[in-house]
Design a protein around this ligand. Structure first.
Ligand SMILES: Cc1ncc(COP(=O)(O)O)c(C=O)c1O
Length: 393
């Protein structure tokens, strides 16, 4: 008899999958479910990217159809180095310090497999991005949660981090703007955390998936650019949300050259390389950085304000407005358990949200609402349904 080890068995099933499957089934049966669930922006990739892909099908030659370098095609690595230099103001050598991955989730998994010894601890803020939780456990690491508080707008401070550090702490993960809370961490706190951890030789892993999505004057801090930071900083980037290209699966690791050299083995074993056509697409998309994603910010900011207005009409919902990413982590004073709530909303209001428990057991009283994913009219329709469902009688 074969036995699946606890390391895998104990990991929770991907939480959004079941809700998405239910939504697809309901819609196939004539339902009209609107998604406020996915962390996918409403916009499509830049037209220049799609043109470049069409052209590459004719002109890129045999390179398109074969494996490429493990670290990514040079055109993309150089385009990423330029983006990091011009947008993030940090310098990485495209030949030794960058690794293109099939999405940044895989970048995280590659890093975990590269740096963890069994039982090493990785600290992540709670509420957390569940794929990080899964990847740490699947890699034989131990998740340590850094509990954050709603009253504080889910900000992370050095004292919160300090409270969970042990001799086994291998890495601390920073996600800002954050999934699921939308919080943009304060630059001065990120600087303190980065310097302290650098001094202690603990990896700081910065997941920058939402770096462009900041509102109300909030600014993303590039951890790799913090003065006093060391070679323990690992930057994970993604083109998925920035360019509306989640399906193309392109992310990257930017780090010290020795880390990248070792991580290359893991990447080779997992994927060899990211799909070449996607790398061509990503190279062309980066030509539109930052104008293209920044042209979407006003629309997203408006949606964020519309959400605030709608939540004000629902006394059962509480949200301390946050200023980044595509989400609100909303507390719901509703009896009957919150997992039930997300399912109830799906079945009775035909609106898909994500249960707070997906981001940590103690967040059961919350739901995550994405204001970024559906077309504007559908988004507004979904909020009207929620107001009708929950509004004052
Ligand atoms: C914080 C965070 N990191 C990474 C990812 C995954 O991005 P990618 O599509 O590059 O794998 C997501 C997707 O939701 C995310 O929320």
């Amino acid at each position: 008899m074969t036995i699946i080890p606890d390391r895998v068995r104990a990991v929770a099933m991907p939480p959004i999958d079941a809700l998405n499957t239910a939504m697809t089934r309901m819609n196939a049966e004539g339902g009209d479910v609107i998604s406020l669930g996915q962390s996918v922006p409403f916009f499509e990739p830049p037209p220049q990217m799609l043109d470049a892909v069409r052209e590459a099908l004719d002109s890129f030659g045999p390179r398109l159809h074969t494996y490429g370098p493990d670290a990514g095609i040079p055109e993309l690595r150089y385009a990423l180095a330029r983006k990091l230099r011009e947008f993030n103001r940090v310098s990485f050598d495209p030949d030794t310090q960058l690794l293109v991955t099939p999405g940044s989730n895989q970048a995280f998994m590659v890093v975990m497999t590269t740096i963890l010894e069994p039982g090493d601890e990785v600290a992540i803020a709670s509420p957390y991005y569940f794929n990080h939780h899964m990847a740490i456990e699947l890699s034989g690491g131990t998740v340590v949660e850094i509990p954050l508080s709603e009253e504080d707008g889910f900000q992370m401070r050095m004292e919160d981090v300090e409270a969970v550090l042990t001799e086994r702490t291998k890495a601390v993960v920073i996600v800002s703007p954050n999934n699921p809370t939308g919080t943009v961490y304060r630059p001065e706190e990120i600087a303190v955390i980065t310097r302290e951890l650098s001094e202690r030789g603990i990896y700081v892993i910065s997941d920058d998936a939402y770096e462009v999505f900041c509102y109300d004057g909030a600014r993303h801090t590039t951890v790799a650019g913090v003065a006093g930071g060391g070679d323990n900083i690992i930057t994970l980037g993604s083109l998925s949300k920035t360019f509306g290209m989640t399906g193309w699966r392109i992310g990257y690791i930017a780090a010290d050259s020795e880390l990248c050299r070792q991580a290359l083995k893991v990447q080779d074993a997992m994927a060899i390389c990211a799909p070449i056509i996607s790398q061509v697409a990503a190279t062309a998309a980066l030509d539109q950085m930052p104008e293209y994603p920044l042209s979407m910010i006003a629309e997203l900011d408006q949606r964020r304000r519309i959400l605030e207005g709608a939540l004000d009409k629902m006394p059962a919902f509480h949200w301390k407005k946050t200023d980044g990413a595509l989400f609100a982590m909303v507390r719901a004073d509703v009896v009957g358990g919150e997992r039930e709530l997300a399912w109830k909303l799906l079945e009775e209001a035909q609106v898909l949200t994500v249960p707070g428990s997906a981001f940590g057991r103690q967040w059961e009283g919350f739901v995550r609402i994405s204001y970024g994913c559906s077309p504007r009219d559908r988004y507004e329709e979904a909020l009207s349904r929620l107001v009708e469902y929950f509004g004052p009688l």
